[in-house]
Design a protein around this ligand. Structure first.
Ligand SMILES: CC(C)(COP(=O)(O)OP(=O)(O)OC[C@H]1O[C@@H](n2cnc3c(N)ncnc32)[C@H](O)[C@@H]1OP(=O)(O)O)[C@@H](O)C(=O)NCCC(=O)NCCS
Length: 193
């Protein structure tokens, strides 16, 4: 039978472990709907693709931002808008969607924002009737997408003036997509890394 001393020691040890463990971050992903959310979405894209990566001069917005099918998502880390992704339809009869402008602010990278943003983009296309999503992926991020189930789709190509790897993924069913969107809209806790 465990002595009182052993019980107290085990309890202290559990408390210490909890105190030493990083608390984890609350990650929420949802569509940018309001004017304020849309501004936040564009601001993150600007910070990464114009200011950090210098892929675009002045603005990264293009004609796809005006399309009826465009969907803009925001990823939040502990309540702060930390990441963005955009998707739009490429071919309705074939159910093909494009995902792009995936960006997480440097201070929030490796905290579990990027992967849910990709998952929500895939889910958002699925609930809109999509069957396949394509993306032009920077070489440094190919393994990030592979880990999420994406596969290469052809040879590297020039996109926005830089080498990219075309990749694609089959989309889930609309019901699975809805479940994913609901899960990330209410938020998940990602253990501290
Ligand atoms: C690529 C990017 C979106 C990843 O976002 P992130 O929030 O850091 O990713 P997450 O924290 O969700 O990472 C999920 C997992 O992928 C891993 N990962 C993250 N970036 C990776 C990369 N470039 N290559 C391989 N694995 C990567 C993480 O370590 C994590 O692994 P784990 O589940 O074992 O802990 C982010 O680095 C970014 O915005 N980069 C600059 C913009 C950019 O390059 N956009 C993409 C254009 S194709």
């Amino acid at each position: 039978m465990q002595s009182e001393l052993e019980t107290a020691t085990a309890s202290r040890s559990r408390e210490q472990t909890a105190a030493e463990s990083p608390p984890g971050s609350r990650i929420v992903c949802r569509q940018a709907i309001s004017a304020e959310e849309t501004i936040e979405h564009f601001a993150i894209r600007h910070e990464i693709f114009v200011a950090e990566q210098h892929i675009f001069r002045g603005s990264d917005r293009d004609a796809h931002d005006e399309r009826d099918s465009v969907v803009r998502l925001l990823g939040y880390c502990d309540g702060v808008a930390a990441g963005s992704v955009r998707l739009y339809e490429l071919d309705r009869p074939a159910g093909i969607w494009q995902g792009d402008r995936l960006a997480v602010l440097p201070a929030f990278r490796l905290r579990g924002v990027g992967a849910p943003l990709v998952g929500c983009a895939v889910a958002a296309a699925a609930v809109r009737g999509g069957r396949l999503m394509k993306a032009h992926v920077q070489p440094a991020n190919v393994s990030f997408f592979q880990r999420l189930g994406w596969t290469s789709a052809g040879s590297v190509e020039l996109y926005a003036g830089l080498i990219h790897q075309p990749m694609q993924t089959a989309l889930p069913t609309p019901d699975e997509g809805l479940a994913t969107l609901a899960r990330f809209a209410s938020g998940v806790t990602v253990r501290g890394r």
